[in-house]
Design a protein around this ligand. Structure first.
Ligand SMILES: *Cc1c(COP(=O)(O)O)cnc(C)c1O
Length: 362
């Protein structure tokens, strides 16, 4: 039996991914030059598709890097001269914050407990901060920051760059890109693609900031500094040989998502999330970890378990259902991804299995 992956990344492949990989190999995509018209048109097409899917206005560029982790580093190098400000509420937002120190910048943070989220009115941005870094979907805890909160933060801080990690939620959140200066994701989460591609979306304000840093003689990196990436983007090229296969596959899956309809995909995600949260709330084996409904993620759902999480994961695996372990090993938790790649039927299968396990264990 082919297992179904409800893991938070790498995750289940989008239903069309396998066929696109096969076609890519048939068409020798891994062998084409990244300085060819064929590549430039793949880049441009992917850019246009993402613009439509994410509702990007003009004035934004899309760059292809190796991972979201790499993008944390690029943002700090290119958009922070002295100091940044980070909202920290879990392992991923903390790493982004830690990177600032590793790159010898100042970083200030506002932190809430694991499982908690942020409210715009409670946020006090440090006066020195040049960027405000927000992890929209904290994959370790299943806490989401509502897009409205992010927009309000920008309204209160128009002079600072708002940078958003939407790695485990995009394309679900609908950002107002007049209030988000940079957003990024990697493709092995909600896009249902093989890992190895980080997608960095930036506006001209980020570009201007990196130009200021360069004019002051501050290093913004080497071959992947923002000014170089932008120059290459203008001709739909990349400074180094990129993951051409990954970009090709992203283009195909973005087109498939647009064919299904971006609203349909979001509705299905919301419906599957409601199904799962409803079950967990009524269950005697599980509890919903994130208490405040405003902060409950629709794409990564975390449950406390009243029996050892390990035994539940094993029981699920025996049924061919692969779910992520908890991120914080001091807690008994499981994490269930609810990405567009999994269908409503598959979510029903998972919930039935959880129910059966619950009956057996209690
Ligand atoms: C997975 C993840 C990352 C890291 O992505 P990589 O592609 O592995 O570098 C960053 N932020 C969040 C919120 C994530 O879930």
């Amino acid at each position: 039996m082919n297992p179904i992956y409800f893991t938070a990344g790498p995750a289940s492949m989008y239903p069309t991914t396998n066929e696109h990989i096969f076609q890519a190999l048939q068409n020798n995509i891994p062998s084409i030059s990244h300085r060819s018209n064929q590549f430039r048109s793949i880049y441009q097409d992917t850019f246009e598709g993402l613009k439509e899917l994410l509702e990007l206005p003009t004035g934004f560029a899309v760059f292809f890097l190796g991972s979201a982790t790499e993008i944390w580093e690029r943002i700090i190098q290119n958009c922070v001269e002295e100091a940044g400000f980070h909202l920290v509420n879990g392992a991923f937002s903390r790493k982004f914050y830690d990177f600032a120190h590793l790159l010898r910048k100042k970083a200030f943070k506002q932190e809430v407990a694991f499982g908690k989220g942020f409210q715009a009115e409670d946020i006090n941005v440090h006066y020195k901060a040049e960027i405000i870094a927000i992890t929209q979907n904290e994959t370790s805890s299943g806490v989401a920051t509502p897009v409205e909160t992010i927009h309000q933060i920008k309204e209160k801080n128009p002079g600072r760059l708002v940078v958003v990690d939407a790695v485990s939620s995009a394309p679900h959140p609908i950002f107002d890109f007049t209030k988000v200066d940079s957003m990024f994701f990697s493709v092995q989460k909600a896009f249902g693609l093989p890992a190895g591609l980080g997608v960095w979306i930036v506006n001209e304000k980020c570009l201007a900031k990196s130009e200021i840093l360069e004019s002051k003689g501050i290093s913004t990196g080497a071959y992947t500094k923002l000014t170089t990436l932008w120059k290459f983007f203008e001709k739909f090229e990349t400074p180094a040989t990129p993951n051409v296969l990954g970009i090709y596959l992203l283009n195909k899956v973005v087109k498939d998502m647009l064919a299904v309809g971006k609203e349909q995909i979001r509705q299905d995600t919301d419906l599957k999330a409601i199904m799962l949260y409803d079950y967990l709330r009524d269950s005697n084996l599980f509890d919903v970890f994130v208490e405040d409904p405003i902060h409950q993620s629709n794409t990564v759902i975390v449950a406390n378990t009243r029996k050892p999480a390990k035994s539940i994961l094993e029981a699920l695996a025996q049924k061919g259902l692969i779910v992520s372990s908890g991120y914080d090993k001091s807690r008994e938790q499981i994490r269930i991804a609810n990405f567009p790649a999994t269908s409503i039927e598959q979510m029903e299968i998972l919930i039935d299995a959880l129910q059966e396990i619950e009956e057996k264990m209690l």
